[in-house]
Design a protein around this ligand. Structure first.
Ligand SMILES: NC(=O)c1ccc[n+]([C@@H]2O[C@H](COP(=O)([O-])OP(=O)(O)OC[C@H]3O[C@@H](n4cnc5c(N)ncnc54)[C@H](OP(=O)(O)O)[C@@H]3O)[C@@H](O)[C@H]2O)c1
Length: 264
């Protein structure tokens, strides 16, 4: 007999019934992933600093029958993160999946940048991920059922760029953090930790790059074998895969989802 389980194959991509905590849920990718998890039957607990945006997302998703709630918090503040984990567990009893989607950038040449500005990026993009993954890991270990963490970084974690000493350093640090978290958490606690590394996708901050007639867009396409820049929707499949049983043997991976950016 060929050893593949039919029930497993038919259900391996399911996240139905899972409690998913999404950070940066108010952002371009975080909001799309939150809704996508909801459409896939998960219970979605959203967090971000902007309470009004979180409430608007909850209203929109609830109107579509998605089971969701939110807690406004800053992912770089330890007490905020502890309170977020507590609120999620109070609402859904557990956390099965963590999707880290928050982040920011303030590009500046190193000669113009203050140490404080650099540190602010490192706190928002790197320290915050340590705090969020640490406290969610503690919760998942206490539950004793394993879990999945999907951390959005960037292909800028692997490549330098002018003005990006804060962003590239923090994204590169988080990709390595993911490698280490996998070593700490997967074999012993069955918590898989992976990062998604996109190139440019559409958001309020990047919309200006999407004019197909602009030189900026044309320059990007030279490095994009897929032939276009990305939409947040392009990452839904990968995020659901890394949140499901189908990816049980994948951990510590910095997953390329760049439209082929690295092959040119
Ligand atoms: N868009 C791209 O082209 C692109 C490319 C590669 C990688 N990425 C990465 O992908 C992730 C999602 O990007 P996105 O384009 O969806 O971002 P976005 O639309 O700008 O949203 C990110 C969210 O992060 C939160 N945030 C912003 N500044 C923060 C800070 N200083 N501290 C803590 N939270 C902060 C904000 O939520 P609140 O204000 O509610 O806290 C915001 O809604 C980020 O990690 C980004 O670096 C983006």
């Amino acid at each position: 007999m060929v050893a593949v389980d039919k029930g497993f194959v038919n259900n391996m991509f399911s996240v139905e019934g899972k409690a998913v905590l999404v950070t940066g849920a108010t952002g371009a990718l975080g909001s799309v992933l939150s809704k996508a998890y909801g459409y896939a039957g998960a219970k979605v607990f959203m967090t971000g600093r902007n309470k009004e945006k979180l409430q608007a997302l909850k209203d929109e998703f609830c109107a579509e029958g998605i089971d969701c709630d939110f807690f406004a918090a800053d992912p770089a503040i330890e007490d905020d993160v502890k309170a977020t984990v507590k609120a999620c567990v109070e609402k859904y009893g557990e956390i099965n999946v963590l999707a880290v989607c928050h982040g920011c950038n303030k590009p500046q040449n190193v000669l113009d940048q203050s140490v404080e500005d650099w540190q602010a990026i490192m706190d928002a993009d790197c320290r915050s991920v340590y705090i969020v993954t640490k406290y969610v890991a503690e919760q998942m270990v206490a539950q004793g059922k394993g879990g999945k963490m999907v951390v959005v970084t960037s292909q800028r974690s692997k490549r330098g760029m002018a003005g990006y000493t804060g962003y590239c350093t923090s994204k590169g640090g988080v990709d390595l953090m993911v490698n280490c978290l996998a070593c700490d958490l997967t074999a012993k606690y069955h918590i898989n930790v992976n990062s998604l590394c996109p190139t440019v996708f559409r958001s309020d901050l990047t919309e200006w790059m999407f004019d197909p007639d602009s030189q900026v867009y044309k320059n990007f396409l030279v490095r994009e074998p897929v032939g276009r820049l990305a939409e947040p929707n392009d990452f839904v499949g990968y995020a659901l895969f890394l949140s499901s049983a189908a990816s049980d043997y994948i951990t510590g991976a910095n997953c390329d989802c760049s439209g082929g950016y690295l092959v040119v």
